[in-house]
Design a protein around this ligand. Structure first.
Ligand code: F6R
Length: 639
């Protein structure tokens, strides 16, 4: 049974299994009395990643295409699915709870007739997971249907107003207010879609993107802090939250900017802002290899992506990345911040150490979610290196906005070159590692590391060698480590099935990798894991170590080697089970994962691989889906 403990006196609830959820009503047990509490529906924190697709074409029916597009975007995480199509002037709708294939089977989504349509996968936020709350949402007279991603902050006020005006709501979602607002303005404007869209967008508050289908055959969309992209093919136009939604049909994309409204009428589209001013946005060709969205011979995207690192490692150097310009900005900066979230933040931590060690450049790494509180020394001459696989992480975008306001230069390292972050940047380096479908960042982390190493190489004026020869040798060594896949699988299957805690120790440049490894274990295998700077053990964490503890030690032969051996002995004497990851074996390790010899500063790139593999196999042991960890989504587009 899950016990809910109310904390923070609002609607963010911590469950006994450690996860935070947002709910409308909860029971609060104070030890004696059971209270039923109505929780204020004001959002503090959410993980949201819905997917949106809109299609207006001539040649094929909309429904199968919408279903297929939603499947392509499944990696973003969701709990329910729905589509709406226009057929002979009527908007038809079908939606349900579950995976796209399940809902399709149950509701026969594919056979909804019509050549225009919209589709959505929902990640429940406002209102529970049920078919009524799934998108699309109809207006009262069903002449409009809408799909939405993000938050409508003022939905409660709007809902009250609309209800007083006679609108009837069928769901608990914030999204449904958009459908009713559109209906109101559609009627008031005598069915003028432009005016309807503008008035609706002016009233809504929050960060959102939505796509709407009108019964006159027009599809419209709006982008306010959530991604929305137009896909242009010869016979059709698309509107999607992700290029994967239409990439099978076209690689020609228009990335809408914040505040853009788009109207698709037959085979033309126009973009304008809330002042009705027409805006033009460039058409970009998106260079993703579609094949890589399939799992191929692998059981999961995660393991495929771990192995794919040998293909993607050198990709940052195979596109026209302008490292020199990027580094010039850094050379000219009065102070340097590095920011990112989760895995990208861990990469930043390593970047800081390498910059200091080899280039003698001081920088400050700040988690993006903390940036607003700890970036007081930002000034026009500062540079902010923003690291983000997706380029859409809300915390990162907010940090960058803040930095920009101070006049700082934004230098980003991203995988999606057309992302919001990329477009806000003064200089950009791209990972070019293709779509990363597994929720856990693996190959993108590797790409980020490669870029960081190159930057340090340039800024250190080769004090830290990292030329083509080093890179190619490194690639060979990563391949060698990946051949340990079977060894690691055996190692993991030999461990106690009820491991509660795993500690990963590393000093200096190995510490960020210890943090990254522990993040992977937490999210993939749902096991408590902690990265610890080995020297800190005696300042507290040693108290946790006992016979039940599993400790992974990152300990290649560099300046940290002997100290980490000493720490390992301390741990061993408390009965812990030690897995050593090193190029040198030692008796203190119960199990040993052997790394090949490389220059010592390169070990972080090798070390992360066994940790990724361990996390993956721990997930399999626990029989949880490593591709879609619970409660997490690929892009966290809301603060
Ligand atoms: C962990 C993971 C997350 C992301 C974080 C930032 O495996 O994937 O911690 O690294 O949400 O995402 P990006 O890099 O897209 O900004």
């Amino acid at each position: 049974m899950l016990v809910y403990i109310l904390f923070y006196n609002k609607n963010l609830i911590k469950r006994s299994d450690g996860h935070s959820v947002q709910i409308d009503y909860t029971f609060f047990y104070n030890g004696k009395i059971l209270y039923l509490i109505k929780v204020l529906n004001k959002f503090l924190f959410r993980i949201v990643v819905c997917s949106i697709i809109g299609y207006s074409g001539k040649l094929i029916s909309a429904a199968p295409l919408l279903v297929e597009s939603l499947k392509k975007m499944e990696y973003r995480g969701y709990d329910s699915v729905g589509i709406a199509t226009l057929n002979e002037g009527n908007i038809l709708m079908s939606k349900g709870v579950g995976k796209v294939a399940e809902v399709d089977k149950e509701m026969d989504l594919n056979n909804l007739p019509g050549q225009i349509g919209i589709g959505h996968t929902r990640w429940a936020t406002h209102g529970s997971v049920n078919a009524k709350n799934a998108h699309p949402h109809y207006s009262c007279s069903s002449n409009i249907a809408v799909v939405h991603n993000g938050i409508i902050e003022n939905y409660q006020e709007l809902k009250i107003e609309l209800t007083n005006d006679g609108h009837v709501f069928k769901s608990q979602t914030d999204s449904e207010v958009i459908a009713h607002l559109l209906e109101k303005y559609y009627k008031e404007s005598n069915f003028n879609v432009n005016e309807t869209m503008i008035k609706t967008c002016k009233v809504l508050k929050g960060s959102f993107a939505f796509v709407v289908i009108f019964d006159n055959g027009v599809i419209a969309g709006a982008r306010f802090d959530e991604p929305l992209i137009i896909g242009i093919s010869n016979n059709a136009l698309f509107l999607s939250s992700d290029v994967l939604g239409f990439l099978k049909y076209t690689d020609k994309s228009v990335f809408l900017d914040n505040g853009d409204i788009v109207i698709i009428d037959n085979d033309t589209f126009r973009i304008f802002d809330v002042n009705e001013k027409i805006v033009t946005r460039p058409v970009t060709q998106v260079a993703w290899e579609l094949g890589s969205t399939e799992k191929g011979k692998y059981a999961h995207h995660t393991i495929k992506e771990i192995h794919e690192q040998t293909l993607t490692l050198l990709k940052p150097f195979q596109v026209s990345n302008n490292f020199q310009t990027f580094c010039e900005f850094l050379r000219n900066a009065s102070n340097i911040y590095i920011t990112g979230s989760g895995t990208s933040y861990n990469c930043g931590l390593l970047g800081k150490q390498l910059l200091s060690k080899f280039a003698k450049i001081k920088s400050e790494v700040v988690m993006s979610s903390e940036f607003q509180y700890s970036s007081d020394s930002l000034e026009p001459n500062s540079a902010v290196i923003a690291i983000s696989q997706s380029g859409e992480t809300a915390d990162v975008l907010h940090s960058v906005k803040k930095a920009k306001e101070s006049g700082a230069k934004i230098l980003s390292i991203v995988n999606v070159p057309t992302s919001s972050l990329a477009r806000m940047s003064d200089s950009l380096l791209t990972l070019n590692c293709g779509p990363e479908i597994g929720v856990a960042a693996t190959k993108s982390f590797m790409g980020q590391l490669m870029i960081i190493y190159k930057i340090v190489n340039i800024l250190s004026r080769d004090q830290m060698p990292f030329d083509e020869i080093n890179q190619k040798h490194l690639l060979k060594m990563v391949k060698k480590v990946l051949r340990l896949d079977g060894v690691i699988q055996n190692l993991i299957s030999s461990l106690d099935k009820n491991i509660k805690d795993i500690y990963i120790l590393g000093r200096s440049i190995h510490y960020p990798i210890a943090l990254e490894g522990s993040l992977k274990i937490k999210e993939l295998a749902y096991i408590h894991a902690e990265g610890i700077a080995a020297g800190e053990l005696k300042h507290g964490p040693l108290a946790l170590i006992d016979k039940e503890s599993v400790v992974v030690v990152l300990n290649p032969t560099d300046e940290t080697y002997q100290d980490v051996i000493s720490s390992s002995n301390e741990i061993k004497s408390r009965g812990a089970y030690i897995i050593g990851i090193s190029n040198k074996k030692d008796d203190v390790y119960d199990r040993f994962v052997e790394l090949p010899d490389v220059d010592s500063y390169l070990y972080p790139i090798l070390e992360i691989v066994p940790l990724q593999l361990m996390s993956y196999y721990l997930a399999l042991e626990k029989q949880v889906d490593p591709d879609y960890p619970r409660n997490l989504a690929k892009s966290v587009t809301v603060k």
